[in-house]
Design a protein around this ligand. Structure first.
Ligand code: TRP
Ligand code: ZN
Length: 903
């Protein structure tokens, strides 16, 4: 017998169509924070394709008051959390069910289902939150038509919103009022939403290409209205983009976004009523950074694009989550690139996306939580909203795009909608439509094999070796692929890997690419090779000198490219490759290689204090970076990326055993070397870029600010070594009078980074200026949790901040800003005295009793503990075991912890 609430795994292979359908739902809410009454009247009917079964409705933390069938009483029983109706009328006639329940929104700290945030009601139903509102078939393949009536006190809750169109509203007795909403589209329960509170809206009327009029609204708390302009612009751009690029128009008269400061994730695509974390709505130049502005555009786009990819066509079951998420991330990435404009700005976006993939998803794919893009089982679905589902899923869609081409992809999307609009489908249905719309394409040829990207976890390694035959003038490229085992999957079969590539001469000219047996007339300078075998050779002819290969251009597949380049070859790619992604990649490879070399070097070579010499990077590389800084042809944003060294976590991923303090020290030594050797160039970069004129969050001026910020940080770092006070003084000045948040936070973090005595004062000023603004306070906490550690000073500061009057552990943004930023700050977190890990364990347990979803995310910080060197490894195990030993852990945290302890 299972303990109550103890969940077992769900398996994809066990999928069965529902025994009942729900055609219509009529919900009536009497909203009250302490006790909300929910009347649910639905019309259900037996699924004729499935043997007759009882109706089992999901519920969670509900108080059941009454159940009626066709207007009369009925017998029912409870089976765990499920309400079971065994004696419903036989036959295929619809049955009227009426279920009356209550719930307690004010006590809902999980932020799933119906909850209260700052005196406003919100819902979050994905993935399984609707069952916390009423008994239902809470699964995405049950799609129903919704009519919703909201009733509440009019003074406290003047705005009453739900999905679809407002069809009626008016006054009720006792100062109450009501609003009735009808959604014209059928939908799964996870897309249901309601909002009720004192809100104001920015409104915009638009006309679609097709001539239809729509009302767009962005709802926020009074006082925040001026901060909604960018979100509204982003929404208008999203609507126009989906029409232009995919021919997909808005299918509603009214489209609403509502912002809340209490939210577990970024945002939610509820039909016609998107609910957003304030972080992805509110922006002004004084309070939001350039990154915030770009994130808002991207998240507004993402949720809007779900209207077609997710809502019109939804998922058959939660194993298919990437069907909507991978595809929608791909779409928002393309949207951001199209909005960015220039080729350089597009490349910067691509590099940013790949950086996230490689620093977060690749570790996930080789850690204890590794799972396929379409998982085979889960205990808690909330744990599977991962970078694998989202970001790797987007790469799997991008590979299909690469294999059928841009036009072919548009055709595939068209066929996908022709076939499946209004249905709940699978990842297989998507790739089938893509392949069927593009017969003869490499995707169609290799579809069955391509699908391994959905079923096999793990990051493939693509090993490339080149051989030049001067006499024959041929260059033979040998590509072999392998993939390490992941939990539960020991054997991996070869993937279909689209590899975009070119060949360069030593002085950077591009060579025409002619494969053996081909006619040279159409030889291109960049082409797609499709790797399908474990090992494959490609022989290029008419190659007149030993070439430098530029492989995996634009990161055309989510693989680790293992290729032994010389420093000289990488410098050639950095200077000359026509693919900006690979130019950047060459700089990363150079930085990484020398970091790894120094980390691996004899420990005796460094002084006992753990200080590394500041000559980690060879002069040739430093010189090349100087060339990049001085190059007037390159965009500032691109320069900033090239001058960004690989992160500590990315470096750590390359090591079999990680001493985090050693990694930290080596990376800091590299930083110091760049600060010192390029001091004059940083000064010039600062002077040239620090003034960006009137604030505009466009890519060109954002790039200038990014480079100026990096320059300031490097100049302060150098100053800290020499005792110079000028640069920290300038940074302090900038903190005081910056005209925008990007410059202000860059200056503040420069002071923190160089441990300037001015940092404390700057922090206090910052707090005094922004103590009324929750999102800015989040930055203030995050800067301190993420500060560069000096002699273990960060943890005591973080512990003190836990007691700060503005710290609120129940608010996910605030908890993330302090706790998560500290626990993902490697130099400060991995302490030889284990105090960082103890802090982590305490916070996981504390958060778990409040909000399991947020706690489980924090638990994941320890994913890679098995790679740690001693004494860290034993200390980490002890901390994880402390968490594991706690009684009453949520399924969320238990699943993560038990996977991380499993061997
Ligand atoms: N579907 C949402 C998105 O990707 C994700 C999401 C928002 C979510 N809130 C959630 C998922 C809560 C699980 C739980 O845009
Ligand atoms: Zn999404």
């Amino acid at each position: 017998m299972l303990r109550e609430g103890q969940a077992t795994a769900v398996y994809r292979a066990d999928y069965q169509a529902p025994a009942w359908w729900i055609d219509t739902v009529e919900l009536t809410f009497d909203l009250d924070p302490a006790k909300t009454r929910v009347l649910n009247r639905m019309r259900v009917r037996r699924n004729p394709d499935v043997p007759a079964q009882a109706l089992r409705l999901d519920g969670d933390e509900l108080n059941l008051a009454r159940v009626m069938v066709n207007g009369g009483g009925t017998s029912f029983k409870m089976d765990g959390d499920q309400l079971v109706l065994e004696n419903l009328p036989e036959g295929n006639e619809p049955v009227e069910l009426e279920i009356f329940t209550t719930c307690a929104p004010a006590k809902n700290t999980k932020l799933m289902g119906l909850y209260v945030s700052e005196d406003t009601f919100f819902t979050q139903c994905e993935a399984e939150g609707f069952r916390r509102i009423t008994y239902f078939l809470d699964r995405p393949d049950v799609m129903a038509m919704y009519t919703v009536t909201l009733r509440a006190n009019k003074a406290l809750y003047p705005v009453l919103l739900s999905n679809g169109n407002l069809v009626d509203s008016g006054a009720l007795e006792d100062g109450r009022h009501f609003a009735k909403w009808v959604d014209p589209h059928k939908k799964p329960s996870y897309l249901f939403a309601l909002v009720a509170g004192r809100l104001v809206a920015r409104e915009q009327k638009i006309k679609s290409r097709a001539g239809r009029e729509h009302l767009l609204q962005v709802y926020v708390r009074p006082g925040d209205l001026e901060k909604t302009e960018h979100a509204m612009n982003s929404l208008m751009h999203s609507v126009a983009w989906d029409e232009a690029r995919f021919g997909l128009s808005l299918d509603l008269d009214r489209f609403m976004i509502v912002a809340t400061s209490d939210f577990n994730m970024g945002a939610m695509e509820n039909k016609g009523l998107n609910i957003f974390n304030t972080k992805y709505v509110l922006a002004s130049q004084a309070t939001a950074t350039d990154t915030d502005f770009f994130n808002i555009e991207s998240v507004v786009g993402h949720e809007y694009f779900h209207n077609w990819t997710g809502n019109r066509i939804t998922c058959r079951d939660w194993f298919q989550l990437s069907l909507k998420e991978g595809l929608t991330v791909f779409r928002d990435q393309e949207f951001s690139m199209d909005m960015a404009g220039s080729a350089s700005a597009r490349a910067v976006k691509r590099i940013d996306d790949v950086r996230v993939l490689r620093t977060v998803q690749f570790p996930e794919d080789s850690g204890p939580m590794a799972h396929p893009v379409r998982p085979d089982s889960y205990i808690e679905i909330n744990n599977f909203y991962t970078v694998t589902i989202y970001e790797k899923g987007a790469e799997v869609v991008r590979m299909q795009h690469n294999l059928v081409g841009r036009e072919g992809f548009a055709k595939g999307m068209k066929l996908y909608f022709e076939r499946h609009d209004g249905q709940a489908v699978t990842c297989d249905d998507f790739s089938q439509a893509m392949a069927d719309a593009n017969p003869g394409s490499p995707l169609a040829q290799h579809l069955a094999q391509f699908r391994r990207w959905y079923s096999q976890a793990g990051t493939p390694v693509l090993k490339a070796t080149g051989q030049y035959d001067a006499a024959a003038q041929t260059y033979t490229l040998t590509l072999s692929q392998s993939c390490a085992p992941t939990p539960g999957q020991s054997e991996k079969l070869p993937f279909v890997i689209p590899m975009q590539m070119g060949l360069l001469t030593a002085d950077g000219q591009e060579i025409a690419l002619q494969l053996q047996g081909e006619d040279g007339a159409q030889a291109a300078k960049s082409r797609l090779l499709v790797v399908t075998e474990a090992e494959q050779q490609f022989i290029f002819t008419h190659v007149t000198e030993a070439p430098v290969p530029s492989l995996l251009r634009s990161f055309s597949a989510p693989v680790v490219l293992d290729c032994e380049f010389s420093d000289a070859e990488l410098l050639t790619l950095l200077a000359h490759d026509s693919d900006p992604f690979n130019q950047w990649e060459a700089s990363q490879r150079l930085g990484l290689r020398h970091a790894l070399k120094t980390i691996a070097a004899d420990a005796d070579a460094e002084s006992a204090s753990g200080q590394f010499s500041t000559h980690v990077l060879p002069e040739s590389f430093v010189q090349a970076l100087r060339g990049v800084l001085q190059n007037t042809q390159l965009d500032a944003a691109f320069k900033d990326l090239v001058l960004t060294l690989p992160s500590e976590s990315y470096i750590a991923e390359q090591l079999a055993e990680v001493d985090p303090q050693r990694v930290h020290a080596v990376r800091e030594a590299m930083q110091l070397q760049l600060a010192t050797a390029l001091q004059a160039d940083w000064e010039a970069a600062w002077e040239a870029h620090r003034d960006t004129g009137a604030y505009q969050p466009d890519h060109v001026s954002a790039g200038r600010r990014a480079l100026a910020g990096r320059a300031l940080s490097m100049l302060c770092l150098h100053a800290a070594q020499t005792g110079d006070e000028v640069w920290p003084g300038k940074a302090y000045q900038r903190c005081k009078d910056a005209g925008n948040m990007t410059d202000r936070t860059a200056a503040l973090s420069a002071l923190l980074y160089c441990a300037s005595p001015l940092a404390e004062q700057a922090l206090q000023r910052f707090h005094a200026l922004f103590k009324q603004d929750a999102l800015v306070l989040d930055k203030w906490f995050a800067l301190q949790g993420g500060a560069c550690d000096r002699g273990g000073n960060v943890l005591p500061a973080v512990k003190a901040l836990l007691k700060h009057a503005d710290f609120q552990i129940k608010n996910p943004n605030r908890a993330r800003s302090l706790i998560f930023s500290y626990c993902s700050n490697p130099g400060a977190f991995h302490r030889a005295d284990a105090a960082g890990y103890v802090f982590w364990a305490d916070r996981v347990v504390e958060l778990d009793s409040i909000n399991p979803q947020v706690a489980a995310r924090l638990a994941r910080v320890m994913d890679r503990w098995k790679k740690l060197a001693e004494p860290y490894r034993s200390a980490a195990r002890a901390a994880i075991e402390r968490v594991a030993a706690k009684p009453n852990l949520s399924n969320d945290v238990r699943e993560v912890i038990s996977r991380t302890l499993a061997d």
